[in-house]
Design a protein around this ligand. Structure first.
Ligand code: KPL
Length: 353
């Protein structure tokens, strides 16, 4: 009765348990590749399957001879091999026990819907590492109808600067340190082979925090960085993050923007401890630092805008606007940026005021 609604084929797959121990990574952007590569560096024997969005992506991966190349912090190229891969397919049945979701925030629910039937209902562990806020709960809610499910949901916040290398297919560069902070969102934490594996993969500097508050602060800090760099690079059409703060009008917009972001974030922290990192100046300095660490990078939002794709703005500045309303804090600049990014409108240096 517990499995009412599941087809027999699903149950058979669960019983065969063929994918036990395998880590699946949904979404092979820079972060997905960096996580996969970091695991393989320290544990080449760890089975990993990359679930790619389209046949095109898969062709690209095959053209790269199924390897991921990463230039590490010392400037040395390292390669990892031995991946399996598949295209995201709702008809695929092979089970998944450990899943890392590294898709864009706006794609997460749709991508998860296509693998939902494959997740082990009582031993599944899912780590959500997408940008922004607000998407985690939608992802978890998707599983609400599975009877007796005991899936553990984790959030991960990665502050490493990782950029694509334009010259090398499936090549990435690790530009700056930064931890992967992971915390449990829902479920029971006792059996967590994937979390253990991540913690043992040094380039990630992964830590599991038992503190909901530390996780929340890590999520908010990352949110602030994305809420400053991403929309500003998009509306100023700034193709290199490192150039953003060299444009005088972008710098002054950033100062006004961070005043709204800081006020909203400070209001959403439960108490006063730790608020120094959330002062406007501290947040702006952090954004400047990250822009430098990823100086050669085109922000993901500008890339999406240029490609005519939907952006993550609703999960980033849109979240600031919603939280602002909740706390009674006006956020006109965030609202304007949401609107401009959605309408693909840019600011030229004359009309920044
Ligand atoms: O996370 C990023 C993004 O582009 O989404 C930053 C940190 C801005 C690096 O480009």
């Amino acid at each position: 009765r517990a499995f009412k609604g599941y087809q027999t084929a699903h149950i058979n797959e669960f019983l065969k348990d063929k994918n036990h121990g395998r880590i699946h990574i949904l979404g092979a952007g820079n972060l997905g590749k960096f996580i996969a590569h970091s695991i393989k560096l320290s544990a080449p024997e760890q089975p990993i399957t990359l679930i790619l969005r389209s046949q095109d992506r898969l062709d690209g991966f095959q053209a790269a001879e199924d390897r991921i190349m990463c230039r590490n912090l010392e400037g040395i190229w390292q390669e990892t091999i031995g991946y399996k891969y598949e295209v995201l397919d709702p008809n695929e049945m092979r089970r998944i026990r450990s899943l890392i979701v590294a898709t864009k925030a706006q794609d997460t629910v749709d991508a998860l819907r296509q693998v939902k039937h494959r997740i082990h209902p009582t031993a599944g562990e899912i780590l959500l590492v997408q940008n922004g806020m607000g998407g985690h709960m939608s992802a978890i809610d998707l599983f609400d109808d599975i009877p007796m499910a005991r899936i553990a949901f984790w959030a991960g916040v990665c502050s490493a600067g990782v950029t694509a290398d334009p010259e090398i297919p499936f090549g990435i560069q690790h530009n700056g340190g930064g931890q992967l902070v992971m915390g449990l969102l829902r479920g029971l934490p006792q059996d967590r082979p994937m979390m253990q594996r991540l913690v043992e993969s040094p380039p990630l500097q992964a830590v599991v925090t038992e503190s909901g508050r530390q996780l929340h602060e890590a999520l908010l800090t990352k949110l602030a960085v994305n809420a400053i760099i991403n929309p500003l690079t998009a509306v100023y059409n700034c193709h290199q993050n490192g150039e953003l703060f060299n444009q005088p009008s972008a710098e002054s917009t950033a100062t006004a923007l961070v005043a709204e972001i800081g006020a909203v974030l400070r209001a959403s922290l439960p108490d006063k401890v730790g608020r120094a990192e959330f002062e406007n100046e501290a947040l702006l300095n952090l954004a400047r630092r990250v822009a430098q660490q990823t100086a050669g990078n085109t922000s993901s939002m500008l890339q999406d805008v240029m490609a005519g794709r939907k952006t993550e703005i609703d999960y980033i500045n849109g979240y600031i606007v919603r939280q602002g309303k909740h706390h009674g804090i006006p956020t006109p600049i965030n609202e304007a940026l949401c609107d401009m990014v959605k309408r693909n409108k840019s600011i030229t240096d004359g009309d920044a005021s």
